[in-house]
Design a protein around this ligand. Structure first.
Ligand code: SIN
Length: 194
């Protein structure tokens, strides 16, 4: 599959007659809300877990030195907390470009923090996309993040802002928090010259 999923996503759904739709964000969509929305609510989806397994060549890294950003991996019984936004379908004109490096807009069922469920969409970079990097030890992921930077800023900023947002949502994400600890150690070592 081509890493640029813009066209694939555009062809995926016919939004005619739909006024608004829920979008579930679990990564940068939680804290970098550069799109208009009608409503936002903390929510979770089931059966998926957040992992820094997707390469970023266009936002938090470069083609020569890709960064690592999150995608979702199927895991029975897992719960992934994030933020749901009710958006007008024209918002996807912008978001499909923003999320073009391997992410597909897939159907999901969201459960809201305060109760109730709704059908919605979620951007997931599946294992068959060209930018998928997959598993690596947390310390190695942290080292890669520490040195990566791209047009949207440093990869470290992506991770720190996500970790902060997850804490604010009361979301326990041991994977993200472990990489965050490794990253803080790497940053301290760099400052002290060790
Ligand atoms: C998301 O935030 O829902 C998708 C992944 C990202 O843009 O970081």
């Amino acid at each position: 599959m081509s890493a640029d999923t813009t066209e694939l996503n555009r062809q995926r759904y016919d939004f005619s007659g739909i006024e608004s739709i829920w979008l579930f964000g679990y990564g940068s969509l939680i804290y970098k809300v550069d799109f208009p929305f009608l409503e936002q609510r903390p929510a979770f989806i089931e059966g998926w877990t957040r992992r820094f397994w997707q390469g970023s060549h266009d936002h938090r890294g470069t083609p020569e030195a890709p960064g690592r950003v999150v995608t979702l991996i199927e895991q029975p019984g897992a719960v992934c907390k994030g933020m749901a936004f009710r958006v007008s379908p024209d918002v996807f004109e912008h978001l499909d470009v923003r999320e073009k490096n391997g992410y597909l807009r897939l159907d999901t069922t969201l459960t809201f923090g305060e109760g109730g469920q709704a059908k919605g969409l979620v951007y997931i970079a599946t294992e068959d996309n060209e930018a998928f990097l997959g598993h690596a030890p947390d310390a190695d992921i942290a080292r890669q993040i520490a040195s990566a930077s791209g047009p949207s800023g440093t990869n470290a900023e992506y991770l720190y802002r996500l970790a902060e947002s997850l804490r604010a949502l009361g979301a326990d994400c041991p994977h993200t928090f472990s990489i965050e600890s490794h990253l803080r150690c790497t940053a301290k070592k760099d400052i002290s010259g060790h």
